[in-house]
Design a protein around this ligand. Structure first.
Ligand code: GRF
Length: 201
């Protein structure tokens, strides 16, 4: 399947998808970053992937930004749009246009800790468990139907930095796995129900 990956930063999740692209039947046809300095742009260029920057600071309206984003995406006619550390709220119009085709990875056990600074907030809340979620993207920020999660223990010695490292290790495993479910046709979104092999998850 043909995929477009959206990033904003380091792009380690992008790298894990690039590394496993053969085994997960994913052809990454294009990478787009809303941040010009994102290191992920170097990763995609190095791998010979079409790479675009769409600086959100050049836009006064979210609507115009998303329209331009769509224009680039549509040139590649992707089967799947993969948000990999894409730190930008998408408009309802955008999410509806690609309903059932957009995946996101979020560093918390959703629905807990939506939004930013999840690792620090987990420490402050004295949680015993933390982790990562992969979900379909809908108009609800970090609130779309959950596909899969991985849990890690929060140890007394942990801080936000150590949690981020441990969660990232899980992210790099779970995201390619879920993408492979999608590219092999096993994973679908039916209204708000996630189906794996035609059965609700
Ligand atoms: C990841 O923790 C991802 O879940 C979050 O931002 C981080 C991005 O990491 N949304 P990277 O850019 O893939 O290295």
């Amino acid at each position: 399947m043909n995929g477009v990956v959206l990033i904003s930063g380091n792009g380690s999740n992008l790298q894990s998808l690039i590394n496993k692209s053969n085994s997960i039947d994913l052809n990454i046809s294009c990478v787009i970053s809303n941040v010009p300095s994102a290191f992920g742009l170097e990763r995609s260029t190095r791998s010979g992937i079409d790479t675009h920057t769409l600086n959100h600071k050049d836009y006064t309206s979210r609507h115009t930004f998303d329209n331009n984003l769509s224009e680039i995406i549509n040139k590649y006619n992707p089967d799947i749009i993969i948000l990999a550390g894409f730190m930008r709220i998408l408009t309802e119009e955008f999410t509806k246009k690609y309903f059932g085709k957009i995946l996101n990875i979020h560093p918390s056990l959703l629905p807990k800790f939506q939004g930013l600074d999840t690792h620090q907030r987990v420490i402050e809340a004295k949680e015993k468990k933390h982790g990562v979620s992969v979900h379909f993207v809908t108009e609800h920020l970090d609130g779309g139907p959950i596909i899969a999660q991985r849990v890690i223990d929060v140890l007394p010695s942990d801080d936000a930095e150590s949690l981020a490292k441990k969660v990232l290790i899980e992210e790099h495993k779970i995201y390619p796995e879920v993408v492979q479910w999608y590219t092999s046709g096993r994973l679908k979104l039916d209204n708000d129900i996630v189906l794996l092999d035609n059965k609700p998850i």
